[in-house]
Ligand binder design. Structure first.
Ligand code: DC
Length: 205
């Protein structure tokens, strides 16, 4: 079974996908982290054509064999990864890799284009949403700084991620939209688990 979780920045995709994968015993693939690893490669002046990005257990990401997971949440990579994700060649390479990773295994994959492009036949598709103010509050609580600046950065990223020409952020027609604005992480996880169980029951019929 493939579970696709898409949604805008700071909607809680990684938290939900990680917890869901753990509960279900599925592989967890954070594709945002893969775009961030590509941005880190650019930041380091590495050649993107030859740089190798791989995903290990529990969403760890490796760049040329080095575990770079802890560096990927650095705010400098927010903007750079979003800008890089506009590039068709970068997307083509990462999408091929994401499909290869998912092939033949149960997976929870999160990103922007999983349900629409990467895994269009995923059995469960969730589009995770929250108001931009709530998402900025969550990011600000985690990272600090000035709330207004965090809000402006998320608004800019939302605009770029959803208006780009290739694979823009949008819900797949068959995605279930989960509004997390007033919900706890636990409530969202329970709802996602129910969706998976419902789908499993329908497939078993
Ligand atoms: O989910 P994130 O914030 O870690 O993602 C960083 C950037 O990567 C995001 O602004 C857009 C891009 N991205 C993408 O274009 N497609 C994906 N499947 C995942 C992320």
């Amino acid at each position: 079974m493939k579970v696709a979780i898409d949604g805008p920045a700071a909607a809680g995709k990684t938290t939900l996908a990680r917890a869901l994968a753990q509960k279900l015993g599925f592989l967890f693939v954070p594709t945002g982290a893969m775009y961030r690893a590509a941005a880190l490669a650019v930041q380091r002046g590495c050649n993107l054509q030859t740089g190798e990005i791989t995903v290990g257990p529990e969403g760890t990401v490796f760049l040329n064999g080095e575990n770079v997971t802890a560096q990927l949440s650095h705010p400098s990579l927010d903007e750079l990864s979003s800008a890089l994700a506009v590039d068709e060649a970068v997307r083509a390479r990462l999408v091929a890799l994401q499909r290869q990773i998912a092939q033949g295994c149960d997976v929870v994959m999160e990103g922007r284009d999983i349900g629409t492009v990467v895994l269009p036949h995923a059995e469960v598709k969730i589009f995770l949403w929250a108001t931009v103010e709530e998402r900025a509050r969550r990011r600000w609580r985690d990272q600090g700084g000035h709330y207004e600046e965090v809000l402006a950065a998320i608004q800019a990223r939302d605009a770029r991620d959803s208006t780009r020409a290739h694979s823009p952020l949008r819900p797949a027609p068959d995605a279930v939209i989960l509004d997390t604005t007033d919900r706890s992480e636990h409530e969202v996880l329970q709802q996602a688990l129910e969706l998976v169980e419902e789908r499993r029951a329908r497939l078993a019929r």
